[in-house]
Design a binder for this molecule. Structure first.
Ligand SMILES: *Cc1c(COP(=O)(O)O)cnc(C)c1O
Length: 366
């Protein structure tokens, strides 16, 4: 069976370096708020190109802390509206409702799967205070038009960069294009830890300091609590692991690009629609093909020994927890959820494997 993503294979390439890095943490006797976290935060801020990187416990926490910090600093108030793509992973939307803000779902473009920037302006009301864009599947979703709309309407632009570490728009990294960005280092992401971890990147000094306090019980100074905070920190072991893996991120992304480009050149089955290529603006976290006979295709590939995934089977507005959004009609989002099938595209997949995958997809018929 060709696994959708074999993390053991991905990790074992750096076995010795990872073991040395983890051993150093173990021997240091310091497991939280130490040098490994500080080092990774500095390296990651440099990599993304922002003044600050504040690490935290997960990608969902990174998103939630950004919005919470905007509330604490008076920029957002309970009930304010945040525009977000309807076809995102549910975590983007959870961070909004967790903060008692209102998610306003906007349809994506069927060509790019990213938020349709021609539909943002009509979603703006007098309660709108922010736009959250999601660089879904590893592809940049920022456009100059979105930045212009945010400037004109005085909206904060937040990036969910959980799926796009290393992705670029005109030479700048996603995660540095808006006012603040959330990153997830969930093990299966392009830059993955060996457990949960996340971070916020921003150039905003006040926001960065509020987020750092909020993730540390609300305190920036021992036993002084300006905020009612929470505990959301990246531990030293994950930081040491991420610092090693960050060195290989660009190579891994290049590897993903080569596999994706092979699929784009070689998958020619008219029943299967491939995503648009993109150039440097795609780090292929996911290769999201579409097929009207998606479930049949998935079952057929399973019989051929190829594991695939679906990102995602049920859109957020159709979930039980978001009954209040269930009245929305979002035909493009629903079509994507009905037809999407993710083809293996992780680094380490060898040429023989991805050649076989493309061949089998081409042989699929109904
Ligand atoms: C993975 C993911 C998150 C959540 O990150 P965690 O670290 O798993 O909490 C948020 N948004 C998107 C788009 C994601 O893919």
């Amino acid at each position: 069976m060709i696994a959708y993503q074999d993390l053991k294979r991905v990790t074992s390439r750096h076995q010795e370096e990872l073991q040395a890095a983890v051993r150093q943490v173990i021997d240091s006797g310091r497991y939280l708020q130490g040098q490994a976290v500080e080092r990774f935060e500095n390296h990651y801020a440099d990599y993304i190109g922002t003044r600050h990187c504040v690490s935290c416990a997960s990608g969902l926490d990174a998103l939630t802390l950004i919005l919470r910090a905007y509330k604490e600093t008076g920029i957002l108030r309970e009930g304010d509206e945040v525009i977000v793509p309807a076809n995102t992973y549910i975590a983007s939307i959870l961070s909004i409702t967790e903060n008692l803000l209102k998610p306003i779902l906007v349809e994506p473009s069927l060509l790019t799967y990213e938020i349709d920037d021609t539909k943002i302006e009509e979603a703006i009301t007098e309660r709108t205070r922010a736009v959250m864009i999601v660089h879904l599947y590893g592809r940049n979703s920022f456009t100059p038009k979105i930045a212009e709309i945010c400037r004109r309407h005085h909206l904060k632009l937040i990036e969910d960069n959980a799926q796009a570490h290393g992705c670029e728009f005109e030479g700048r990294k996603t995660g540095s294009l808006g006012d603040a960005a959330a990153h997830s280092f969930y093990p299966a992401k392009n830059l993955g830890a060996l457990g949960d971890a996340g971070a916020v990147t921003t150039d905003d000094d006040e926001l960065s300091s509020a987020i750092r306090a909020l993730g540390n019980y609300g305190s920036n100074k021992k036993y002084i609590f300006p905020y009612k905070g929470r505990n959301s920190r990246m531990d030293e072991i994950q930081a040491a692991v991420l610092d090693v893996k960050l060195r290989y991120l660009d190579d891994d992304n290049q590897n993903r690009r080569e596999i994706a480009e092979f699929y784009l050149r070689n998958i020619s089955n008219p029943l299967v629609h491939n995503p648009l290529p993109g150039k440097r603006d795609n780090v292929w976290h996911i290769f999201p093909a579409r097929c009207e006979h998606r479930d049949e295709l998935q079952e057929y590939l399973r019989r051929q020994g190829i594991e695939t995934m679906i990102h995602y089977p049920v859109p957020p507005h159709r979930q039980e927890c978001y009954k209040e959004l269930g009245i929305l009609r979002l035909p493009i989002t629903e079509k994507i959820h009905r037809e999407e099938i993710s083809i293996p595209v992780y680094p380490c997949l060898d040429r023989q494997e991805y050649t076989y995958i493309a061949e089998k997809i081409n042989e699929f018929e109904t």
